[in-house]
Ligand binder design. Structure first.
Ligand code: NCD
Length: 312
């Protein structure tokens, strides 16, 4: 049996595929604004979340319902599924795919989505595997850059905050290798700086990448200021978390030093990295980014389950 299409890593998306996803997401915006359609009627999606989530799970579920499909869901699956009894992820996938046509999975252990896909006959979507990847977030982030700035090439992107444990900025940095003439500015406490594996990929793609110390240096040049939460749950202890938490915080004062045509993004949830007073600034794009997540996930579900499933 041929293996089904999956969404496992940003590495699988070349430039033409990205352009098709963005065009499909543009169409899904129109579909969603009309209240949805019925193209995935009769199809069933399972969401299996072994880590907390608001946006990712609910936006996949909303996307499925907006396209006429249905959803079964296990949230806090670490506590509520047979994982508690010692069932392997492979067996869990074999069971769930007997019920559902596609599976969205989030898990604290890096590589779990690949393990799931290795036994899957249904499409698997990686909705975050530990501190490694979050490909659908990176797709919606790049789509947001595309729709806000009108381009993904010739951009300077500042990634700020927890670049070591943050799977969202890691995935975005890797996906940006598909764009031309991108400059990355990395602003992170040294303890949670971007990992070498990502730096190597970015260098291999010929991308200019500079480590900057202060937010002000990053802000002066950036077209995109991508703020992130310090990933408390991935620290070995409270002391090491406290040592880096709150180091980068964007507030009203910074807005004056930013370019007038720049945008501020955040994968959310925010803790204190962006002061609430920033929300009213037109450059604050993070709530628009959330909506884009719905459109991109509708486009991905249509690609995985629709009439032309798996055609790239
Ligand atoms: C991110 C995640 O789970 O990696 N959230 C999300 O999916 N939008 C970022 C985070 O939790 O800080």
């Amino acid at each position: 049996m041929p293996s089904p299409p999956h969404v496992l890593t940003v590495a699988q998306f070349e430039r033409p595929a990205l352009e098709r996803i963005f065009a499909a997401a543009d169409q899904m915006r129109v579909v969603a604004e009309r209240g949805g359609d019925r193209r995935l009627a009769g199809r069933l999606l399972a969401t299996l979340f072994f880590e907390p989530s608001t946006r990712t799970r609910l936006s996949f579920e909303a996307a499925m319902f907006r396209l006429g499909g249905q959803v079964i869901s296990a949230e806090m699956a670490s506590d509520t599924t047979s994982a508690v009894k010692g069932e392997t992820i492979e067996d869990t996938i074999r069971i769930v795919q007997s019920y559902a046509d596609a599976i969205v999975i989030r898990h604290p252990v890096a590589g779990t989505a690949e393990r799931a896909a290795s036994v899957a006959t249904a499409p698997i979507v990686n909705a975050g595997d530990g501190a490694r990847e979050h490909p659908t977030q990176a797709l919606l982030d790049l789509y947001t850059i595309h729709s806000e700035l009108g381009r993904i090439d010739d951009v300077t992107v500042a990634l700020v905050g927890d670049l070591r444990y943050g799977r969202a900025p890691r995935s975005l940095a890797m996906l940006l290798t598909r764009a031309r003439n991108v400059r990355l500015l990395l602003a992170a406490p040294p303890e949670i700086a971007m990992s070498q594996d990502v730096l190597d990929q970015v260098a291999a793609a010929g991308m200019q990448c500079d480590v900057v110390e202060t937010l002000d240096v990053a802000l002066a040049d950036a077209d995109v200021v991508y703020m992130t939460r310090v990933q408390k749950e991935r620290f070995p202890d409270e002391v090491s978390y406290r040592a880096v938490e709150g180091r980068y915080r964007l507030d009203r004062g910074h807005l004056e030093r930013m370019r007038s045509d720049a945008i501020i993004m955040h994968p959310l949830p925010r803790v204190n990295e962006i002061a609430p007073e920033v929300d009213a600034d037109p450059r604050a794009a993070y709530f628009r980014q959330v909506k884009n997540g719905l459109y991109v996930r509708m486009a991905l579900l249509d690609w995985l389950l629709g009439a032309n499933a798996g055609v790239v």
